[in-house]
Design a binder for this molecule. Structure first.
Ligand SMILES: NC(=O)c1ccc[n+]([C@@H]2O[C@H](COP(=O)([O-])OP(=O)(O)OC[C@H]3O[C@@H](n4cnc5c(N)ncnc54)[C@H](O)[C@@H]3O)[C@@H](O)[C@H]2O)c1
Length: 244
């Protein structure tokens, strides 16, 4: 895809991305690598730094592990997440604990461990993946919505608290993106994923749901010097589609 980006904005930059094996994660890795960064992706398996984000010790140590491997840490993307569907009466204690552990506690712990590392280096950039649904609640997903609202709020707090250290913290807030996350939702309802995406395309003013690259390009922008004055921003990337 020609993004019109022809410079190497991340030459010499050291980048850590969680959820690296997922739809958006793979596109984030590709974008940073294409622009000269040294990138480590983390996921449950088959990644540079395998581990489970429900493991507190793993989260606490991940930025240090990345720093040791890369020789520093300039950019952190907290991108991993899970979607938990259903009204509150349909959710279990385990759904609650797991959603909060992966979507909220993990980014909290990873940011807490990364900020002193970035501070010691003189600055850095953190990009969290929240969701439009964390800013404008959608129906029938209270656990997912509240977890993404927490990520959005964490981003705003850290963006303000750590700007003076040269650490910029911002979030990308996608609406629907064509990744396993929404495709599995169609499968669960017994629908064909491609047909489901076609139907969703018609509901988006710009004519299609987002592809992972549409989100990765905004993540890269927020991590780059082009966004040097942005701190605590929640950037909605929605093709004009409001949360319905
Ligand atoms: N796809 C969408 O429509 C959409 C919309 C808004 C926001 N988002 C957000 O974008 C981010 C990326 O989602 P995606 O669409 O690429 O989904 P995805 O399911 O393709 O990728 C998510 C990745 O997170 C990883 N992950 C989940 N639980 C983990 C755990 N316990 N330990 C380690 N890794 C774990 C998965 O292995 C997977 O690779 C998520 O935070 C998601 O909430 C997605």
């Amino acid at each position: 895809m020609d993004t019109g980006v022809n410079q190497m904005r991340f030459d010499g930059k050291r980048v850590l991305v969680t959820g690296a094996g997922g739809g958006i994660g793979q596109a984030i890795l590709a974008r940073f690598r294409a622009e000269g960064a040294a990138v480590l992706g983390s996921d449950r398996r088959d990644s540079d730094l395998d581990g489970d984000l429900t493991d507190q010790t793993f989260c606490d140590s991940l930025p240090r592990l990345a720093m040791e491997r890369l020789g520093g840490l300039d950019v952190l993307c907290n991108n991993a997440g899970i979607i938990t569907r259903g009204k509150i009466t349909e959710t279990t204690d385990d759904d609650f604990a797991r959603t909060m552990a992966i979507n909220v506690e993990a980014p909290f712990r990873i940011c807490r461990a990364a900020i002193p590392i970035m501070d010691a280096q003189g600055g850095g950039a953190i990009v969290n993946t929240a969701s439009c649904w964390g800013v404008h609640p959608g129906p029938d997903h209270p656990l997912y919505v509240m977890s993404k609202a927490a990520v959005a709020s964490l981003t705003q707090c850290l963006g303000r608290d750590h700007a003076h250290q040269g650490i910029r913290v911002n979030a990308v807030c996608p609406n629907e993106v064509n990744t396993p996350m929404i495709r599995t939702g169609f499968a669960i309802r017994g629908l064909n994923a491609d047909a489901g995406i076609e139907e969703l395309n018609a509901s988006v003013p710009i004519g299609r749901v987002a592809e992972p690259e549409d989100i990765a390009d905004v993540v890269a922008f927020l991590a780059s010097d082009q966004a040097r004055y942005m701190c605590g921003a929640l950037v909605e990337v929605n093709g004009g589609k409001p949360v319905g």
